[in-house]
Ligand binder design. Structure first.
Ligand code: S3P
Length: 746
């Protein structure tokens, strides 16, 4: 808002109206914030407590002075208030409201005015508390909260802009939605929980032993029923104002409750655990989703930004020693859920990666009706539903940061009978998906992408797929896996050839589930129409996570570290080859095959490194390890050159640019090339601050650099380390890094 000439009148000085007035007044962005309430006392209190600039006791007079009229009265009082406005000339005045249901407001306005005025901007702040009345008003009630505006197609753009800017001044984030959509969503997310809380407390209060019940009711009861203390009139009005959507929500809930009741009657443990597990993970998933959203929308709020983005602080020096079992392999974990879900029978997975990426896949399959228990200490039990047993998820499948999940699942989803939308976080939403969409379309899939082939992917079900032969333009295991997974459902044979070695976990695991896969040189093919049989999977420790510590031990004098049970699938061992070429001291022992994947204990001791020209054929074999290999290169004597790795530019971040920038910020001579980098190594890292760009591997790579630094390295935006390496800070500190998270005691 550019000028201070606006007069705002708030009609209804309850919790919401009072807080809105208070926030605007505190910001001093309006000429005047006036308040009216049918209870004169409330107006007086609002003046005394400084919520408003001036009282308004005569509605018509107040309205005539106002530029913006905010209706903050209970829903059913809305028509009466609108009727009073009819008597006043309203030209040039903007009207808005805060009601919880938008359909009934729009309908009342239509009936009274003949047509909904173009200057009426329906709104709904998603904020509040169980308290009510003017005395409960808080100046920062809306700070960091969402406000949904539901303008109609003919609503005046200036009016929308003005209302939006007023809410932004209150510290809120403004979204826009269609009226009906708003009412359906809010019926489920706000109205239903309130009615459940009211009903539960009422049921218990009517119980003869209610004294006893309330005396012994502990945290669960308190958490669940806090909102039963909310304003009865307001909720009465909402129940009637959004009656249809509320009834639908109550019916859905009743059906769910009936399902749980039957499971208990029938002692159906799988069903019960399925419900509880799904709910408990969905709750956690929802929390992180919310945090991520807060992170994206509160960049001006440095406290929130730091809390959610996480800054790593790495003190210089030290060495690594002892033994460290790094978390489970991400690629294998994703695939174990996908194939386990589609298998017949119960698949037990051990060593599952409890990182956010693999958890996103797990949650997606739960959303498609698969009962999955765990993870409990890395064990996941999947009750497979068979090749055709997935159900349509209730909404888009949110895959967070996980590119592998999106690319592999697009192949599976393209072959289902139902429609599905795949979405992701900001980083994933910028990553190229045409590499999988193009060949899937050739197979007969129906997929729409956003501009430039980016997510979300809107996949139409019920398509008949036909096998194709596809020569991959990039050496990508994700593309190959996607096509093989689609090929399981396609008519005839689906075959692929990659221009280089790509990780082969999909082929191996398909074979483990009893599905025939033909591998002939670099040609991999499957025929559609088979089935998967449940199996046992032992997920090796992730060589991509182990790589950080291989480099750590190699660059810090006196280091001697054992990394047990690491996957050494020959399509993943580029990092071992490259480090050995640089002079690293790495030895393998205890080599064995577990569930079709080779593993070994890896011992790494400090050895001076030398710069090399990295052989291009090793690039796909070490594709995820380059961030930390650049750190090794900076510590190596001489020059290291990487070429042929343009793929790094479209990973979770542009890893060539992100690493070159970070290395330069720490005083290293690093030159980004279109397809690689030249690093002149051999001197320590200077103290400094680097950006990880929300990329887990960039963050961890710079944490490792601290071992050879002269001062503190601060690494920003590290929350996504949890996507592949939960507990990284604790485990890294355990073996000798001096790492902490800003603002947290480690
Ligand atoms: C992965 C394959 C690689 C890798 C990613 C995981 C997989 O991607 O970078 O982290 O599990 O198939 P591309 O195959 O696209 O290179």
């Amino acid at each position: 808002m550019k000028d201070k000439s606006i007069n705002v009148l708030v009609l209804g000085l309850g919790l919401i109206g009072g807080s809105f007035a208070a926030a605007l007044k505190a910001k001093r962005v309006c000429n005047e914030v006036a308040g009216f309430d049918r209870h004169r006392d409330s107006v007086d209190i609002a003046v005394e407590t400084g919520l408003i600039d001036s009282p308004c006791y005569d509605l018509q007079e107040g309205v005539s002075r106002a530029d913006v009229i905010m209706l903050a009265v209970p829903m059913l009082a809305m028509p009466a208030v609108l009727r009073q406005l009819l008597a006043v000339p309203l030209e040039d005045k903007v009207i808005t409201d805060v009601g919880s249901c938008k359909g009934s407001l729009v309908e009342s306005a239509r009936q009274l005015f003949g047509e909904v005025p173009a200057s009426l901007v329906p709104g709904h702040p998603i904020a509040g508390s169980e308290k009510s009345g003017v005395t409960a008003a808080q100046v920062d009630l809306f700070k960091g909260h969402k406000v949904i505006l539901t303008p109609l197609p003919h609503t005046n753009a200036h009016a929308i802009g003005l209302v939006k800017s007023l809410w932004q001044q209150c510290g809120a984030h403004v979204d826009t939605m269609a009226v009906a959509h708003h009412d359906e969503v809010l019926a489920l997310t706000s109205h239903l929980p309130h009615f459940l809380a009211f009903s539960l407390v009422d049921t218990l209060a009517g119980n003869r032993e209610n004294q006893e019940i309330f005396r012994y009711a502990a945290g669960g009861f308190r958490d669940f029923t806090r909102i039963a203390g909310s304003d009865p009139t307001m909720w009465h009005d909402i129940a009637l104002g959004n009656r249809d959507a509320v009834l639908q929500a109550l019916d859905r809930f009743t059906e769910g409750l009936e399902g749980l009741r039957n499971a208990i009657i029938n002692k159906d443990s799988q069903r019960m655990l399925g419900i509880f597990e799904r709910a408990s993970t969905a709750r956690r998933h929802f929390t992180s989703l919310l945090e991520r959203r807060a992170y994206m929308t509160t960049l001006s709020d440095s406290k929130t930004m730091n809390e959610v983005q996480q800054t790593f602080v790495a003190q210089p020096g030290g060495k690594v020693s002892g033994e460290l079992r790094v978390p489970g392999d991400k690629s294998v974990s994703h695939r174990s859920i996908m194939l386990g879900a589609l298998a017949e029978g119960e698949t037990v997975v051990d060593g599952f990666l409890e990182g956010e990426d693999a958890m996103a896949t797990l949650q997606a399959f739960r959303d498609m009706g698969v009962d999955i228990e765990g993870p409990h200490d890395g064990r996941v039990t999947i009750h497979g539903v068979g090749m055709h047993g997935l159900q349509q998820p209730p909404g888009p499948l949110y895959l967070g940061n996980a590119g592998t999940a999106m690319r592999l699942m697009s192949g599976l989803m393209a072959a289902q009978s139902f429609d599905v939308t795949l979405t992701g976080d900001t980083s994933l939403s910028g990553r190229p998906m045409n590499r999988v969409v193009k060949p899937l379309l050739e197979m007969g899939a129906a997929i729409e992408t956003s501009e430039g082939g980016r997510p979300p992917l809107v996949i139409k079900g019920g398509q008949k797929l036909s096998g194709i032969h596809y020569d991959l333009p990039v050496a990508s295991a994700q593309v190959q896996s996607c096509l093989l997974l689609a090929g399981l459902y396609a008519e005839g044979e689906t075959s692929t050839v990659a221009p280089g070695i790509v990780r082969d976990h999909t082929n191996r695991m398909l074979s483990g589930f009893g599905y025939p896969v033909a591998v002939d040189g670099d040609r991999v093919s499957v025929c559609g129409g088979g089935k998967l049989t449940a199996t046992k999977i032992d997920v090796p420790a992730d060589i991509s996570s182990a790589a950080f510590f291989m480099v750590a031990a190699s660059i810090a004098e006196g280091s001697d570290l054992l990394l047990p049970h690491v996957g050494i699938n020959p399509t993943r061992t580029g990092v071992l080859d490259i480090l050995r070429l640089m002079g690293a001291d790495i030895s393998l022992s205890n080599e064995k095959l577990v569930g079709g994947e080779p593993v070994a204990d890896i011992r790494v001791r400090y050895a001076p490194l030398k710069g090399i020209e990295i052989p291009e054929h090793l690039v796909p074999l070490a594709i995820d390890e380059f961030p930390v290999l650049f750190v090794a290169a900076a510590c190596a004597g001489g020059e290291t050159i990487l070429r042929g790795a343009e793929e790094l530019r479209v990973k979770e971040s542009d890893r060539i640019q992100a690493m070159a920038d970070g290395l330069q910020a720490l005083g290293i001579d690093a030159e980004a090339l279109p397809d690689g980098m030249i690093v002149k190594g051999g001197k320590p890292f200077a103290a400094g601050t680097v950006e990880s760009h929300g990329d887990h591997r960039i963050a961890m790579a710079f944490a490792v650099a601290s071992l050879q630094a002269q001062g503190v390295i601060r690494i920003k935006d590290c929350a996504n380390v949890a996507t592949s390496f939960p507990n990284f800070v604790r485990l890294a500190s355990h073996v000798g890094l001096k790492l902490s998270v800003e603002g947290q005691d480690e």
